[in-house]
Ligand binder design. Structure first.
Ligand code: MF3
Ligand code: CO
Length: 259
């Protein structure tokens, strides 16, 4: 079901989004060669609880942690472990969700561990730019295909591919609400957006081919089939009629005029 939020409800989501922004901002600073992904998870969980919220991922369909830590060829849903130690030159995506006073926030970002290659840096920056290109389309009256098409074309311009098996989603009182928000599609096609919709847009962009496989052992970890690196970037946003969306998990963000 698609739920439309009023201003008071969006204010609830804004508070959740702000807390999640603070959590991820602190956790990203802790990324250094030698730290384990479990330490990052524990830090995220502590900050969520200190903020009066609960970690949304923990226990979600049996997921065992509060943070997803996805390294290099792992696209999403990497499970943190004491034995997974960050190595210089890797890419790590950190995806986190929390629930504050009944409202969900969901956000992910990818950073380099120490020094990374120029092409890896381009992968991270393009994934972020894909999010903003898609989010710029998120205005009442436009369609979901406008978002997907904007994300996909920018990734292709840089010679990257976009994962097709996973998508963004509506979000509100539940972490995953309707509709699916695909990272590909046709401009002018798909569901028209409405004022008060809140969605998570989350491009997953690959260095090589977009095909992915889920780890059979843990049932979560999603890897590129070709073993090449991938990057993930996600924010929860609120859609309006007369202006560009508000990025709830990036408080203070102001849209610039398009060049
Ligand atoms: N953040 C993911 C999403 O954007 C959900 C993570 S699945 C979980 O949809 F199991 F880790 F919670
Ligand atoms: Co999400």
């Amino acid at each position: 079901m698609i739920t439309i939020k009023n201003e008071a409800q969006i204010e609830g989501m804004r508070k959740a989004g702000k807390l999640l922004y603070e959590v991820l901002s602190t956790v990203r600073k802790a990324v250094v060669p030698g730290i384990s992904t479990m330490e990052l998870n524990d830090l995220a969980e502590k900050l969520i609880r200190d903020g009066g919220a609960t970690p949304s991922f923990l226990g979600y369909e049996g997921y065992p942690a509060s943070l997803c830590t996805s390294i290099d060829e792992v696209v999403v849903h990497g499970i943190p472990s004491e034995d997974t130690i960050l190595q210089e030159g890797s890419l790590i995506s950190m995806d986190c969700g929390l629930c504050l006073n009944g409202w969900q926030a969901d956000s992910a970002l990818t950073v380099g561990v120490g020094r990374i290659s120029d092409r890896d840096r381009e992968l991270i920056e393009t994934t972020e730019a894909c999010f903003f290109a898609g989010a710029r389309q998120a205005v009442a009256g436009k369609r979901l295909g406008d978002i997907g098409s904007a994300v996909e074309s920018l990734a292709h311009e840089h010679g990257f591919s976009v994962v097709r098996d996973l998508s963004g989603h509506g979000i509100g009182r539940d972490m995953h609400e309707d509709p699916y928000v695909y990272n590909f599609g046709f401009a002018g096609c798909g569901l028209p957006m409405r004022k008060g919709m809140t969605i998570a847009i989350e491009p997953m962009v690959c260095m090589g081919d977009w095909h992915v496989e889920t780890d059979e052992e843990d049932g979560w970890c999603v890897r590129t089939r070709d073993g090449l690196k991938a990057s993930h970037y996600e924010h929860t946003i609120a859609i309006f009629e007369d202006r560009l969306p508000e990025i709830l998990t990036l408080p203070g963000f102001v849209w610039k005029e398009e060049e």
